[in-house]
Design a protein around this ligand. Structure first.
Ligand code: APR
Ligand code: PHB
Length: 395
């Protein structure tokens, strides 16, 4: 088997890269270790930045997103039992976010790939990378009971935070910057009509809570919990009681309850790999960096990476230019570190930390009050939340 670009992982990063390459006339093979059903059902965050939506639109994969995505022009911050509206669009010259589940984006991209018959192999196992430092790398893997070797020009490591690509680089060649947080999120998906039109980020003495949604019938909710929290200790009743306590305000706003469809724990981590490239291997998305979910930046960063990578590969194949491939990592890392800072800042603003002394509580409160009262501070939140504009792609 031979292809130009071997893509490992069929998450948003790998699938969108394959799609953008296909449109540029560059063939690729995508290798995924899970089943198609699993990948299409995996519930993750659901906030698309304006630039992500525009890119999916330009790439011709936004038909369902346009119909079913919910455009939000603001978010709400809640603390001290008070609501504070942040006018995202008013503060950013009309930009907005779209609430559309990440697994829906994945479904749309899989459908586009399958419609054009481009290779996308599910349930591969024992993926191994070879010859990263050579001109002719390859990927070996098991599929359908057979060991196969895929020869290629480049490997795109889009295999998420637990993938094999990053590990395939010899020790010491990549630097990893990392921070773990002393808490996690317990998330539920419930069949209940969202009780508000906008996402609500709540800072509370009992811990952070987030109100989000997936559709007019489905609510998505999260609670800050311990990093080693055992889900078995959380009955649906206990979860709802905790959500009511953290989210409700004195003015009669009530969360709508409904059957819990899915429950899970999301760990909170910040991680950046530098550089995002080694020889013929290019890392993109969660394989290269992880953000805590507070600013909903994970998938948006993956999209920004593969936009750069697809363009750099197109310049290589169409014009024999390798400068953009050489600059891929630094082009991505500027946005990655900005998003790392924003996600860390939003996390710090709203969560209860172990050192929650009265002093720290008052500092946090002063920052929240400032973000809501100052137009400059709300604009800083808004422009990062809707996503900073993409840097122009070098001609
Ligand atoms: N071989 C093949 N595929 C693999 C391997 C492997 N060894 N290891 C992991 N994968 C697959 C996973 O099953 C997954 O489908 O790689 C894919 C990685 O996808 P994601 O984890 O979704 O990562 P990415 O595409 O970078 O998307 C960015 O945004 O909201 C965040 O963390 C969230 O998924 C998210 C991300
Ligand atoms: C979600 O809807 O799943 C979601 C929304 C906002 C976040 C994180 C997750 O910051």
């Amino acid at each position: 088997m031979r292809t130009r670009v071997a893509i490992i992982g069929a998450g948003p990063a790998g699938l969108l890269l394959g799609h953008l390459l296909q449109r540029a006339g560059i063939d690729s093979v995508i290798l995924e270790d899970c089943t198609q059903a699993h990948v299409e059902a995996r519930i993750r965050a659901g906030v698309l930045e304006q630039g992500t939506v525009d890119l999916l639109e330009q790439a011709g994969v936004a038909a369902r997103l346009r119909q079913q995505g919910m455009v939000h022009h603001g978010i709400e911050l809640r603390f001290d039992g008070q609501r504070h509206h942040i006018d995202l669009s008013g503060l950013t010259g009309g930009r907005a976010i779209t609430v559309y589940g990440q697994h829906e984006v994945v479904r749309d991209l899989i459908a586009a790939r399958q419609a054009c018959g481009a290779p996308l192999l599910f349930e591969v196992s024992r993926v191994a990378l070879h010859g990263l430092d050579s001109q002719s790398p390859s990927v070996s893997f098991d599929h359908g009971g057979q060991r196969q070797v895929l020869a290629c020009d480049f490997i795109a490591g889009c295999d998420g935070s637990h993938g094999v690509s990053r590990q395939a680089v010899r020790p010491g060649a990549l630097q990893v910057f990392e921070r773990t947080y002393p808490f996690a999120w317990l998330g539920i998906l419930a069949r209940a009509a969202p009780a508000a039109h906008e996402l609500v980020y709540a800072g509370h003495a009992r811990g952070f809570a987030l109100f989000s949604m997936r559709s007019p019938e489905i609510t998505r909710l999260y609670l800050q919990c311990r990093p080693d929290e055992d889900l078995a200790g959380w009955s649906d009743r206990r979860i709802w009681d905790e959500l009511h306590a953290r989210l409700e305000t004195g003015d009669g706003w009530r969360l709508n309850e409904g059957p819990v469809l899915q429950k899970g724990i999301t760990p909170m981590r910040s991680l950046v790999t530098e550089p995002m490239q080694h020889g013929r291997l290019f890392l993109a998305g969660d394989a290269a960096h992880i953000v805590p979910p507070t600013g909903a930046k994970g998938m948006n960063l993956a999209v920004a990476d593969v936009r750069n990578l697809a363009h750099a590969l197109a310049m290589h194949y169409q014009h024999g230019r390798d400068d953009l491939l050489a600059g891929y990592s630094s082009a991505c890392l500027a946005r990655v570190w900005r998003a790392e800072h924003f996600s860390w800042w939003m996390t710090s603003l709203l969560h209860r930390f172990d050192d929650h002394t009265p002093f720290m509580a008052r500092l946090q409160h002063a920052e929240l009050a400032y973000v809501c009262a100052s137009q400059a501070a709300s604009r800083m939140l808004a422009e990062n939340y809707v996503g900073l504009p993409f840097a122009p792609l070098p001609a």
